[in-house]
Ligand binder design. Sequence first.
Ligand code: GLN
Length: 478
Amino acid sequence: MKLYQLSVKKIAEMLARREVKAQEVLESVAERISQVEHKIQAFTTLTLEEAQKTAMDIDRRGEITGLAGIPCGIKDNLCTRGVKTTCASKMLENFIPPYDATVVNKLKSDGAVMVGKMNMDEFAMGFSTETSCFYPTHNPWDLARVPGGSSGGSAAAVAAGEVFYALASDTGGSIRQPAAFCGVVGLKPTYGRVSRYGLVAFASSMDQVGPLTRDVTDCALVMNAICGYDHRDSSSREAEVPDYRDFLQTDIKGMKIGFPREYFLDEVEPSVREAVKKALLKYEELGAVVEETSLPHSKYALPVFQIIASAETSSSMARYDGVRYGYRDENAQDIAEMMSNSRGRGLGPEVKRRILLGTHFLSKDSYDAYYLKAMKVRRLIKEDFDRAFEKFDLLVSPAAVSTAFKLGEKTEDLSGVLNIPANLAGIPAMSIPGGVVDGLPVGLQLMGPPLAEGTLLKAAYAFEQGSDYHLRTPILEV
Ligand code: GLN
């Protein structure tokens, strides 16, 4: 085995015992990147030189702990001081933030080695990484397929061995769906559990930062590093952060698991449904009590999300006016033309479509009929979950309606219906490798009540220990 193939946990142990140098770990990753990146296109920016300096510093340290010395990737909508943060948009193509996002800062103070910024759908709007203004990312399991999105670069790089883990964001499935498509672990924490300070806003009432890793243990390790209150984020939660390693246990006897029938309907491909049913049987074997349940309002999640997310987008995108940030048309004759051309040329079609929709939904004549109505249904969706969690410790479903589809094949986010309810309700949800169909990974989604990340990790760990899906890696000929 090469170093780049090992887990975060294993590398951390080897670094702590001085069995390997941070510089050697980085070299292994850099070599892997040079072999496969031209096929995957997971990065928007590589920062190997800077990474080299960090690795040297780590090797000089007396004691190496936590994530120190371990190469990672950061989704390109998280601000990184001195390093381009593009959101995969022409608008921010040359934007270099003067500060780090809180999560980036936390990783840096832990000694993490950032090797680059990860490709994504433009401003995180999409589900395949095809709306990136640069290039699409390819799925390491089959290069003709998408890695999912919007965090496709992050998930693909983790699966391909280009980074040990990555940080990404999830507003309506953007961590879980790519995790499912790439066969890795992705966790969207409770809204407010991880700071959003320095995360470029898409829809602020749902945006949440979380990890993509190769296994559940690594997920717990990264969660330990990024969770916690931040006074710079007004929606940050003050709840205490446990040591998530304590939840890595296999005894889940008596755990109550519900499977919402609305998540197993026709939209889900039969083979994926079968794989998830098999996973539920596994949970029964492990001693969990598995029962069907219902989340009746989740069928409205997609339209509700489209209204609320585009309304929030129309507001958060207003700052890109050619004056304050990013792309500016230098040849315009007056300020109106300058703003219009800057936005017109700097933003891609998907982003514009959403700004237009959102502006419409917030207009005087539509506000009550759309935005207000959507907010009311959002509450009903949340109350469905509250009721379900009175009875169940967690809910299990497919994380995506299919396995990874081909590039150019789909124009609609079919998996959103499975992912979005958790964002609307603000609850934690994760996707873990839960099966294989025709050689492609299937994602198993686990959802829990607010702040129950530990329960999710425990159930995920128990499943993982009884399966070998997480041990499979894509064969990338080099
Ligand atoms: N796929 C959804 C969208 O296109 C959600 C994306 C996300 O979570 N950032 O808006």
